[in-house]
Design a protein around this ligand. Structure first.
Ligand SMILES: Cc1ncc(COP(=O)(O)O)c(C=O)c1O
Length: 366
């Protein structure tokens, strides 16, 4: 067994794509999903600390699955709060977005159904599809015509899976067009708002008021909110179905109440501090004004710089890291071969000087 594993690792090492766990970077952050700087925001940290001081029990383990001893009045209250905020009938909390997607797509579609996914959908959806008995079909990235061609050929119930803002290209889904198609073909549209939540208000569903057209949404809290966890926004019946049939929800110990309560505090903090997202958007504009070639949207906090040559990409990341910039180079198989890229994440806390210096180095390699 070990030999087999070692051979696979050696192959990765030879092609320069071996993954290893590195110590926490002390560099200037252009790679985390902490778009609004919430995970290092001292005022937010103090609010969380105060919350614990008032009720230290929040930190204790939940003692069981939510269906046994792990359900609390706090988690129920926070779910109601979240549903109301997003104008959905109900919500169901998970301790990660990965688990929320796993629960949704492994549980709702059954063996007679088809899950039609954007080819760039997050890995958690693919993994969920493997757990499900439904058929999976990919449509070309952000291509509603291709999606419609696939929909036309289906005879049974269909689910459509998209992200509102894609995490690798930093481009938006044509969400209104896809919502119209899902309506036309009576398919259930599921939207992952992991990277849009907090950066664009509550996300693109709220922006375009698509609550009635989007069957379920996933909101994650480990990115712009700077905490952890995720919520599925859905109808009460869908929530009850998940509570009854979703293994990733049922067979696990519930998170501590601290997590749920910090998510609610995070929502309130965002409302009270709109300048965080304003500053982020100013910084995105500064980056875009440097005219670096990118497929990403002009307003996205994720900016991809495509460098399909692995050696060139490595050299660029190295040059950046020498100037203490932490960036993320993405190689295949995380992205398709030939689309390897430097993934830049812009934050509210990056300075203009940092953004300009980073851009100057990138330009030397592109
Ligand atoms: C689009 C998308 N969905 C879901 C997830 C998973 O969320 P979490 O990190 O909370 O497990 C991620 C994070 O990598 C993501 O980018």
């Amino acid at each position: 067994m070990l030999n087999k594993f070692q051979e696979a690792l050696d192959r990765r090492r030879e092609t320069g794509i071996l993954r290893t766990l590195k110590p926490e970077s002390k560099g200037i952050d252009f790679y985390s999903n902490d778009y609004l700087g919430m995970s290092g925001n001292e005022e937010f940290q103090l609010q969380l600390l105060e919350m614990i001081q008032k009720n230290p029990k929040l930190l204790s383990g939940s003692s069981g699955s939510r269906l046994i001893s792990g359900n609390s009045s706090i988690v129920t209250e926070v779910e109601n709060y979240i549903a109301k905020q997003h104008q959905y009938p109900d919500s169901l909390l998970f301790y990660s977005g990965y688990n929320a997607n796993l629960a949704l797509f492994s549980t709702l579609p059954d063996r007679h159904d088809t899950i039609i996914v954007d080819e760039q959908i997050h890995r958690s959806v693919h993994d969920a599809c493997r757990m499900s008995h439904a058929k999976k079909i990919k449509f070309r990235h952000n291509n509603p015509e291709h999606l419609e061609n696939i929909l036309k050929k289906q005879t049974g119930p269909c689910y459509i899976a998209i992200e509102s803002l894609y995490s690798m290209d930093g481009d938006f889904a044509p969400i209104q067009e896809i919502a119209a198609l899902s309506k036309k073909y009576n398919a259930a549209l599921i939207v992952d708002e992991a990277h849009a939540f907090g950066v664009f208000g509550y996300g693109m569903i709220e922006k375009y008021q698509l609550q009635n057209d989007v069957f379920a949404a996933v909101i994650t809290y480990g990115k712009a909110l700077g905490t952890h966890g995720a919520a599925i926004l859905c109808h009460e019946t869908v929530k009850s179905y998940l509570v009854n049939f979703a293994s990733p929800f049922i067979y696990t110990t519930a998170a501590q109440d601290f997590l749920w309560q910090s998510i609610k505090t995070g929502y309130q903090f965002l409302k009270q501090n709109p300048e965080l997202s304003e500053k982020l958007h100013q910084n995105i504009k500064i980056f875009r004004d440097q005219h670096i070639d990118t497929p990403s949207s002009a307003v996205s906090p994720i900016q991809a710089v495509l460098i399909p040559d692995n050696h060139q990409l490595k050299a660029l990341q190295q040059a950046l890291s020498e100037k203490v910039f932490s960036t993320y180079a993405v190689y295949s198989p995380t992205v398709k071969a030939g689309t390897e890229r430097l993934r830049i994440c812009i934050h509210s806390f990056n300075t203009e000087e940092e953004i300009i210096e980073l851009s100057t180095i990138i330009k030397k390699f592109t």
